[in-house]
Design a protein around this ligand. Structure first.
Ligand SMILES: NC(=O)c1ccc[n+]([C@@H]2O[C@H](COP(=O)([O-])OP(=O)(O)OC[C@H]3O[C@@H](n4cnc5c(N)ncnc54)[C@H](OP(=O)(O)O)[C@@H]3O)[C@@H](O)[C@H]2O)c1
Length: 316
């Protein structure tokens, strides 16, 4: 049997990278094997990946030399950066640049860069519908990823730009799940008006990415957007109501109100949801669920994700 090609995976103990490692290792016929990058090879999550059959290696994306070592000998590299670890777009840009430079140094044959839209193409800094943040961004974690796209192309890398989207898992881990209001009723509070939120089960991102690596040439140089389903918040509240067996409402707020909530990143997320709402055709149009299902036939709908995960959603 031919030797398997190595896919080096950044963020392997996290949502996107972890899903990719599991997708590769679960497909014995894929021709790929997974090299999992982590800052701590002794963590429980890293050990679990090793147990599944991944090669686990130490790398910190803020340390270029460590990423060069981790990418050496790899056929493919999955590149993702970690805004929410430090809330710094400048640090995130350095992470992206290190990943791109390391891929170039290693001569990787297929890079997948997990990017997002630079929202300033649609909402220039002069547009006062939303505040400018950190001096030069509208939605820092989106803008800086989009800004970093050119680093990959400038280096002449064989890159696929993967546009991910809102993980439904945010209802479990990111404090966005239904909460009781003053009336004692559960509600999800978002500034999306009656527009659709393109969402996805985080685990499905890795399955799609695995297919992109398998298809290789077909997607090099392309921008690929993915989502599991696109639903209004009223539709999502109805799905929550059915799954949880108790009423969940959509509490619609303005983007200004959301930005004023005061939790870390509230202004940034207020701007992000406002972009999703005000440029809904751009946001949803780039992420066709039908196309996504062609990459991953097992793609979960929101109902299916809820059925699997409802007991993990913290309800007050
Ligand atoms: N949440 C959403 O809805 C959503 C949607 C679209 C895009 N995103 C983007 O997704 C990105 C994060 O990806 P994710 O959700 O897959 O991450 P995640 O689940 O938060 O996991 C990140 C993993 O990356 C590793 N990591 C953190 N800093 C690192 C560093 N300096 N060097 C090497 N590894 C590091 C950590 O592993 P170790 O501790 O093992 O090193 C951690 O397990 C963010 O930039 C975010 O903007 C999120």
């Amino acid at each position: 049997m031919a030797e398997k090609k190595i896919i080096a995976v950044a963020g392997a103990t996290g949502a996107q990278g972890g899903g990719l490692v599991r997708a590769i290792l679960n497909d014995k016929s894929s021709g790929f094997t997974a090299r999992a990058l982590t800052r701590n090879v002794n963590s429980d999550k890293a050990k679990a990946l090793a147990k599944l059959g991944a090669e686990v290696v130490a790398a910190d994306v803020s340390d270029l030399e460590s990423v060069k070592r981790a990418f050496t000998g790899a056929y493919g590299a999955f590149c993702v950066t970690f805004f929410w670890e430090h809330l710094s777009p400048e640090k995130e840009f350095i992470e992206a640049t290190n990943l791109a430079k390391a891929a170039k140094h290693a001569g990787v044959q297929h890079v997948i860069w997990s990017t997002l839209e630079d929202t300033r193409k649609w909402v220039p800094l002069s547009d006062n519908r939303m505040p400018t943040l950190m001096g030069k961004y509208k939605v820092p974690h989106c803008d800086v990823k989009g800004e970093a796209d050119h680093v990959f192309t400038d280096l002449g890398l064989p890159v696929t730009f993967l546009l991910t989207t809102f993980y439904w898992d945010n209802f479990i881990y990111f404090g966005m799940g239904p909460k009781k209001g003053p009336d004692g009723k559960l509600a999800i509070t978002l500034p999306m008006g009656d527009k659709k939120l393109a969402g996805i089960a985080a685990e499905d991102i890795g399955k799609c990415t695995h297919t992109l690596f398998k298809k290789g040439r077909e997607f090099i140089g392309k921008r690929v957007g993915i989502s599991g389903e696109q639903l209004t918040l009223a539709q999502m509240a109805a799905a929550f109501t059915k799954a949880l067996g108790q009423e969940v409402r959509y509490h619609e707020v303005s983007a200004d109100a959301y930005r004023s909530f005061g939790f870390p990143g509230a202004d940034e997320l207020g701007n992000m949801f406002q972009f999703f709402r005000d440029f809904n055709d751009v946001f949803c149009g780039a992420r066709s669920p039908d196309f996504t299902r062609s990459l991953n036939p097992a793609l979960q709908t929101f109902d299916a994700w809820l059925a699997q995960n409802k007991s993990r959603i913290p309800l007050e």
